[in-house]
Design a protein around this ligand. Structure first.
Ligand SMILES: Cc1cc2nc3c(=O)[nH]c(=O)nc-3n(C[C@H](O)[C@H](O)[C@H](O)COP(=O)(O)OP(=O)(O)OC[C@H]3O[C@@H](n4cnc5c(N)ncnc54)[C@H](O)[C@@H]3O)c2cc1C
Length: 391
């Protein structure tokens, strides 16, 4: 079967790319091995945090930090918001510029598929992609019972995270097959796992969540993330932890469990009281955590029975809870894959390979990873749009 643009992967990036290319009059086919847009459906807990009003290159991790600028400028958050509105899909802003649908993510996926249908792009599902070659300026892609022939090939197969939702390494394999470099891949926006010792100490605190500030080092630079941390039965999760995992390179974390408070000063003022420590801390922390903290480190005596130095140390420990994760939960639960196809070898305007004309990449398969908050879907739209306008 012949077409102008063959797209591997019907996720957010592939669907956006397909409708844009087809609207230019290109004959477009998407090959998808599962069902289209499964990650779109689960995104934002089923409500799709589909963009962020504050999007900029700073929100992305990449070995090539300026790469995203051109595509983001060509497709700002207003473009996707207007697209949704023009199809009657309403959205709203939540904190920090995060845009969510008023309804369910299904509306977004239906819109993307409908745009493909209306523009004439064909989506073929249940396809197993085999060998890929480039000959006489055209790509030929084998499937189990046939072959596709296209002028342009867009790789939009996503990263390695969430294999259960169809993730494979096909995109990396295609890139390598054509001599492109892959930057080291790792799971990101992913929960941490406690080391054995911490598991014994804190494993029973599952379900507790609290506001925190997390400090850690990444490649010699000090990083700070604030937000909610959630205790799980294996370790720590929640928005602050997921965000920290994007930049985490294996070191320890220091977590302020009482951000915005000065516990040392508070204890100096209150140290004449005979309130027991666990009751005092329960006024500041979730009760189960306060009880566990006292059991592990402080006992629970009346405040006036602690020496001043012990109270000072207690304050310091609660503001700097030292955690050394044994690792992360891995691709199984990671929202994204950090790393991927090296963007230094791609045009930042068109997403086309510099070395292999006609070969394009879009979305998470590239070494562009957004922070939590709608940035990853936005990258899928912006890069898919750029590729669709040029493939
Ligand atoms: C649980 C969860 C929640 C998320 N929530 C948000 C959120 O609220 N906001 C946000 O910005 N980001 C969110 N993300 C991240 C976001 O969904 C992804 O970054 C984005 O979907 C990437 O789009 P993509 O098109 O590049 O890749 P994908 O969406 O992964 O699409 C790739 C497509 O290629 C197909 N494919 C893979 N291998 C093959 C193959 N061998 N043959 C044929 N087809 C193949 C897949 O089946 C898939 O349909 C979330 C991710 C997860 C897992």
């Amino acid at each position: 079967m012949k077409c102008d643009v063959l797209i591997a992967g019907a996720g957010a990036a592939g669907l956006m790319c397909a409708s844009e290319a087809a609207r230019r009059g290109r004959r477009v086919i998407i090959l998808e091995h599962g069902k289209p847009g499964r990650k779109v459906l689960v995104s934002g807990g089923g409500r799709a945090n589909f963009t962020n009003l504050n999007v900029s290159a700073e929100n992305y991790l990449s070995e090539n930090p300026h790469f995203t600028k051109s595509a983001l400028a060509g497709f700002p958050p207003s473009a996707i918001i207007q697209l949704l509105e023009s199809h009657g899909v309403q959205s709203h802003e939540e904190e920090s510029g995060k845009m969510f649908l008023d309804g369910r993510a299904r509306q977004l996926l239906d819109l993307l598929v409908r745009r493909c249908n209306d523009s004439g792009a064909a989506i073929i599902t249940g396809v197993k992609i085999g060998g890929i070659r480039k000959k006489a300026g055209r790509f030929s892609v084998n499937i189990e019972d046939g072959q596709f022939d296209a002028e342009s090939l867009v790789v939009a197969t996503g990263g390695l995270s969430y294999p259960e939702l169809g993730a494979t390494n096909l995109g990396f394999k295609i890139a390598e097959r054509f001599g492109l470099r892959i930057t080291p891949a790792r799971p990101a926006l992913v929960p941490f796992i406690f080391n054995q010792e911490d598991m014994k100490r804190y494993g029973g605190l599952s379900g507790i969540s609290l506001e925190t500030v997390i400090r850690y080092e990444s490649k010699g630079k000090k990083k700070l993330v604030s937000g909610e941390t959630l205790f799980t039965h294996k370790g720590l999760s929640g928005p602050a932890i997921l965000q920290a995992s994007l930049y985490w390179t294996g070191g320890g974390l220091s977590i302020d469990l009482l951000p915005g408070m000065d516990l040392k000063n508070m204890l100096v003022k209150d140290r004449a009281q005979n309130t027991r420590m666990h009751n005092y801390l329960s006024g500041l922390l979730p009760r189960r955590l306060a009880m566990k903290w006292c059991e592990l480190f402080l006992n629970s005596k009346p405040l006036n029975q602690y020496p001043a130095r012990r109270l000072e140390k207690a304050a310091d420990e609660l503001h700097n809870w030292a955690i050394q994760p044994s690792g992360t939960e891995g691709y199984k639960t990671a929202e994204v894959t950090a790393g991927g196809v090296d963007t230094k070898e791609l045009s930042s305007r068109t997403m086309e390979s510099v070395k292999v004309p006609g070969l394009f990449f879009a979305g998470e398969v590239m070494d562009v990873t957004g922070q939590l908050g709608g940035f990853n879907l936005h990258w899928a739209w912006a890069s898919g749009f750029a590729a669709g306008r040029n493939a």
